[in-house]
Design a protein around this ligand. Structure first.
Ligand code: ADP
Ligand code: MG
Length: 238
């Protein structure tokens, strides 16, 4: 599962309309990238889906269920933040296990899930370390591990690589793509970086001032940009 449907989703902060009304359908298992310039509403749209912001109007459905008014924890999604938000005093193992402990899962099951996540993320040798003893890329993987153990129906990433240097960003990009191939879970990935969008996405959603300019595969957007904004943002030769 991991089918997400937005119907006429509108978001205003006070008198400022940030998302004027968006219709969007995301299929189960898709890797969808929201791309657009800074301030265009990418994070707001992701936070609306996650339930971290309330919609002003419109509805959000996940796997056929209307979650418009559901609390974030009730949506079955996992958000991976830009800042790693790891607990510095806890081991990698405890950081990954944390959401399962909170859910009062039995210890032996927690152990099994943490080991499995660590294996998928190549963190098996690092479970006893603290976040401060890890590289930036490893810390990012711990943050993803903490999301994986909850077996969400979709992962939401908000510019997860922007804290990393260029070389590491390239590596992590590949790792997240590989993870998607392994897990086959819906992923929504927010970035202002066209290269990330073009290399990672099954489907790109180009945002401009809260509006969707175009939705399509990287090739469709590259070959047939609908307007100058999309052409300039995606189609320009690099
Ligand atoms: P992006 O992630 O694409 O850079 P954001 O979604 O963060 O864009 O922001 C979109 C617009 O909404 C910006 O103009 C921003 O200033 C505004 N905005 C975001 N959050 C709030 C808020 N909590 N209160 C008021 N305005 C906000
Ligand atoms: Mg943002």
């Amino acid at each position: 599962m991991g089918n997400i449907v937005l119907k006429k989703v509108n978001k205003s902060f006070g008198a400022t309309q940030v998302i004027p009304g968006i219709d969007l359908s995301i299929d189960d298992g898709e890797f969808v990238v929201f791309v657009g310039p800074s301030g265009c509403g990418k994070s707001t749209l992701l936070r609306l889906i996650a339930g971290l912001e309330d919609t002003t109007s419109g509805t959000i459905e996940i796997d056929g269920r209307d979650v418009t008014d559901a609390a974030p924890a009730k949506r079955g999604l996992a958000m991976v933040f830009q800042s790693y938000a790891l607990y510095p005093h806890m081991s990698v193992k405890k950081n990954i296990a944390f959401p399962l402990k909170m859910a009062k899962m039995p210890e032996d099951m927690i152990e099994k899930k943490v080991q499995e996540a660590a294996r998928v993320l190549n963190l098996s040798g690092y479970l006893d370390r603290r976040p401060g003893q890890l590289s930036g890329g490893q810390r990012q993987r711990v943050a993803i591990g903490r999301a994986i153990v909850r077996e969400p129906s979709a992962f939401l990433f908000d510019e997860p690589l922007s804290n990393l240097d260029a070389a590491l960003r390239g590596t992590m990009r590949l790792e997240i793509s590989e993870l998607h191939q392994q897990l086959k879970t819906t992923m929504i990935y927010v970035t202002h970086d066209q290269v990330e969008a073009m290399t990672m996405a099954d489907k790109i959603v180009v945002l401009n001032r809260g509006n969707i300019e175009q939705v399509g595969t990287p090739l469709e957007l590259y070959r047939s940009p609908r307007n100058l904004f999309v052409a300039g943002f995606i189609g320009s030769p690099r």
